[in-house]
Ligand binder design. Structure first.
Ligand code: SAM
Ligand code: SF4
Ligand code: SF4
Length: 328
């Protein structure tokens, strides 16, 4: 294994890179994509597949051992198959976050190359509500793909963003899925990004989720969190699967953060909430070495939530990007 060299000023080694392949998406989830849309990136400003592969290699040489492909919707990226085949050669753990619509096209490939860890976003088990949240009607296809993925032995995690008045009544239904399916449900606290009309009164906190789980199922066991975990993890006694809570708002997991992000237009972000970005693609295209740039950039990483340690600050998050163009 390559020595971890991307170490921030708090001594945290960064070994986990999340790459956004595109800011395009076949859904319009209201908490992610602003109602008025986003200004889409111009094609020439987006990293080509060869650039993604070469820049990834630099990160891997600096100690990155895990790459998660995200977006936008990563599976709408043209020649996705070629990209993952090339990234697999870097000898890393490759993971994917997707809305699940196109998974059926790729399961055979994923089996072949050993990509096993797939996070699928699914915010409601109700077809009509799903259409309300995503503004599109792909529910049946997504459900079928999730079911097939579980049957084929993929490690499927369901990402569920909870929003009051929308889907918070489904907490117990999602946890019920873990009864006899080997699936992990990750509840995510609603987070603020540019244009998503965030207001914490719409959010559902870790405490509320846990209380609801205990009310519905009685005994809930607390599991040991793996190193660098971004969630507190639980299991209802007797259930096959588990659930976790990503409590970025009420109880952020920053102390052990090992994550860096690369946007589709090749900007490095030290944190999901970072306003500042470092252009990696520009210097790469100019033939400059990007190693030192990456190492220098991580030195500017703040300890927690890009400095929003105590509370979310609208001046800051409204100057961030929308989630769809960061890559969650
Ligand atoms: N399109 C893919 C998907 O939906 O899984 C990948 C990109 S999406 C931006 C990644 C994750 O970010 C999804 O699980 C989504 O639910 C989550 N997300 C987007 N906006 C969010 C917000 N405002 N608060 C919390 N999670 C959010
Ligand atoms: Fe698209 Fe994912 Fe954002 Fe939904 S959460 S709009 S699927 S990028
Ligand atoms: Fe890391 Fe930022 Fe997420 Fe905290 S909020 S865990 S510092 S990426």
């Amino acid at each position: 294994m390559t020595e971890a060299k991307i170490i921030d000023s708090f001594g945290r080694p960064h070994t986990y890179l999340r790459i956004s392949l595109t800011d395009r998406c076949n859904l319009r989830c209201f908490y992610c994509m602003p109602e008025e849309g986003i200004e889409l990136m111009e094609k020439p400003s987006i990293m080509t597949l060869e650039e993604i592969i070469a820049i990834s290699k630099t990160y891997v040489d600096l100690g990155v051992d895990t790459i998660r492909l995200t977006g936008g919707e990563p599976l709408v990226r043209k020649n996705f198959e070629y990209l993952v085949r090339e990234l697999t050669k870097l000898n890393i753990t490759l993971k994917l976050t997707t809305n699940g619509i196109l998974l059926d096209k790729y399961y055979d490939l994923f089996e072949e190359i050993g990509l096993k860890k797939i996070n699928v976003s699914l915010d409601s088990l109700d077809k009509a509500k799903n259409a309300f949240i995503t503004k599109r009607d792909y529910y049946d296809r997504i459900m079928q793909n999730i079911q097939d993925g579980i049957s084929r032995g993929f490690q499927i995690k369901l990402n569920v963003v909870l929003i009051k008045g929308v889907n918070e009544k489904e907490i117990k239904d999602f946890i019920a899925l873990t009864k006899d399916k080997n699936v992990v449900v990750k509840f995510i606290e609603f987070m603020p990004f540019k244009g998503n009309k965030w207001d914490w009164s719409k959010g559902v906190s870790e405490e509320e989720i846990l209380n609801e789980a205990q009310r519905a199922f009685g005994k809930v066991d607390t599991l040991e969190n793996p190193k660098h975990s971004t969630s507190n993890n639980y299991q209802v006694e007797g259930h096959k699967g588990t659930f976790g809570i990503i409590s970025t708002i009420t109880n952020p997991f920053c102390s052990d953060c090992n994550r860096i992000r690369l946007t589709a237009d090749g900007k490095m972000k030290n944190c999901l909430f970072a306003n500042s970005e470092t252009d990696i693609l520009g210097p790469y295209r100019n033939g400059e070495s990007i190693d030192q740039l990456i190492l220098d950039t991580i030195q500017t990483k703040k300890y927690s939530r890009d400095g929003m340690e105590l509370k979310m600050d609208a001046d800051q998050y409204e100057n961030n990007r929308s989630m769809i163009s960061i890559g969650g």
